[in-house]
Design a protein around this ligand. Sequence first.
Ligand SMILES: *Cc1c(COP(=O)(O)O)cnc(C)c1O
Length: 377
Amino acid sequence: MKEIRMVDLKTQYNKIKEEVDRGIKEIIDSTAFVKGPAVTEFESELAAYNNSKHAISCANGTDALQVAMMALGLKPGDEVITSNFTFVATVEVIALLGLTPVLVDVNPKTFNLCPSAVEKAVTEKTKAIVPVHLFGQAAEMEEINRIAKKYNLFVIEDLAQAIGTEYTFEDGTKKKTGNMGDVGCTSFFPSKNLGCFGDGGAIFTNNDELAAMLKSVVNHGMTKRYYHDHVGVNSRLDAIQAAILRVKLKHLNSYNQARQKAAEFYDKAFENCPNISTPSRFKKSTHTFHQYTLIANEINRDNLISFLSEKGIPAMVYYPVPLHLQKAYADSRYSEGDFPVTEKLCKTVFSLPMHTELDEEQLTYITDNVLHFLKMA
Ligand SMILES: *Cc1c(COP(=O)(O)O)cnc(C)c1O
């Protein structure tokens, strides 16, 4: 059996090696390392893939969020509502820009922002909501957009874990993540569903004026060369990464299908296990399984993880600490116990290996061992 990893980028690369290597070589031969045709072409292919009018590349997903907040004109003191159960990037850029993060609890089943908690958190200072489409499933965007409209707030989607996920509105309209708010931010970190060979990110919008502003902010606030109209940052996608992403983008749908297939295998194997809850499906969203995340009920999660580790099966906890209990983001407004759902999830969730290259032998070995542990517990 092949070694089991949380993410198997090596096997995935071997299948597209020739085309990727050729793309990289072309960039080296052209010496157009920053910006240049590969980046522009990738941006238009990415926009077309996502059904977005504009896709603006940048250096990473964290920058994408920061640039979006800068381009929307958010100012120190403005409040931004986001999920407490997510990767740190959102609150990090909020802090860097001097904005005030307002954390809210999540839905215990979908792990995504709880709309009623969002509405309760709105104040006169609120300027934006950042829904994170966690683990590959879209947040409750219809409700979030309704709240945003009611209070005149910007919506910044974080689709770093959900590129290719589709959401269906009540009236039947379908939209891909990144098109439901004012702006959508994604990451091409190697382990993401569309990953490059280093850092990369992109920002989606369907608003021409905002697109012009985003393009300027990522490139030192320039509109014309050496004319700086606003404060910007240096956040560009390397041409080599763009060349790799152009190849991988063509496979993204089949990569997401491979993840869904692995998820179905897990679901089926665990369907009669009351001690673990498999990921619930939110009926309005597809799931692209950036992670396959379960909840341990009544069993000791950490013992299960150590047991699996002894058998050569990696399992991870995304995320072990809620943002309000992180040292860097400690805040007198919040204390332990304020976010019961998030706090419980941090103690009970665990993620099994999830990637595009899992074969049946590996999946059987993983599920057999989980079931074996549950029988002993
Ligand atoms: C990965 C990730 C980011 C940040 O992306 P980087 O490219 O690593 O900066 C932001 N938000 C979420 C939810 C992520 O998973």
